[in-house]
Design a binder for this molecule. Sequence first.
Ligand code: NAD
Length: 293
Amino acid sequence: MNPIIGVIGLGNMGRNMAATLVGKGFSVIGFDLSDTARQQAEKQGIVPANHLDDIARQCSVVILSLPKAEHVEAVCLGDNGLIKQLTSGTIVIDTTTSIPEMSRKIANAFAPQGIEFIDAPVSGGPAGAAAGTMSMVIGGKLDTYHLVLPILEAMSSVRVHVGDVGAGNIAKIANNMLAAAHLITTSEALTLAEKAGVDPSKVLEAINAGSGRSGASQAMFPTWVMNKAYDSGFTMGLMRKDVGLAKALAQNLELNLPMTMKTAELWQQSAAVLPDSDDFCCIAQCTNPSLFA
Ligand code: NAD
């Protein structure tokens, strides 16, 4: 029999992941601090929980989709957190893009109580979450990973088990640093072309057939930047967090990574003109407002 799955954090990603699981026959209950998020989730077929303890009481697998590491810490280790409520054998899957050290801290705190924790951050945006086609990078014990594999398979088309707890977040931070840099470098390449008198949409087509292509040029520019849609469902604030995590990791390891540092600097500087709530693809506007705004 399938376990009841609890999803904590019913925002752009969590709500869609939960709806995908419901659509594939899993029993899911969801919790969010926000009434609006809970109501939206209910419209997508997710049974809303009024309290965190409802999740803890009923679920043997709990999925987290929270903004930042500090929210994960509060939900897991806070005063009325999961650590006080979950029973031995429960598995917590954290899909938040979080801090590797936080993942290890929580896993270590859970371990004596027999609660397993894996970090499994995701790529693919709300559309990938809704379609069950996300990519997941997983850190944690292999046997725990295998126990929840049917659930991960229902949510994703690609999964890479990258190592012990925390490794998933390291892989995700590396990926998002590249995505954040590619958005800026692609804006610069198209600006170069435009100012030199060549149609940037033709140049984008050429880049996508050449060696300069990336997720930014192949997906983000065609879908959200060139048509100025800016509705990807991923915010400036969350990407600022992610490049900040890449910078902090590089600094902790005392690495000389100038492109990582410059990327973090440009994303932080953009806060002067682009609020955290804006779509993350709006970063292109900082390079060339007349072309991309
Ligand atoms: P979001 O802000 O849309 O949703 C987060 C939800 O968590 C909100 O509804 C908020 O009310 C809820 N929440 C916060 N604290 C809570 C608590 N203590 N208890 C219960 N609920 C709480 O964020 P999102 O875009 O869904 O992103 C979630 C995570 O996934 C982030 O770490 C983000 O970096 C990552 N991510 C997002 C995308 C994307 O395209 N949006 C893609 C990949 C990864």
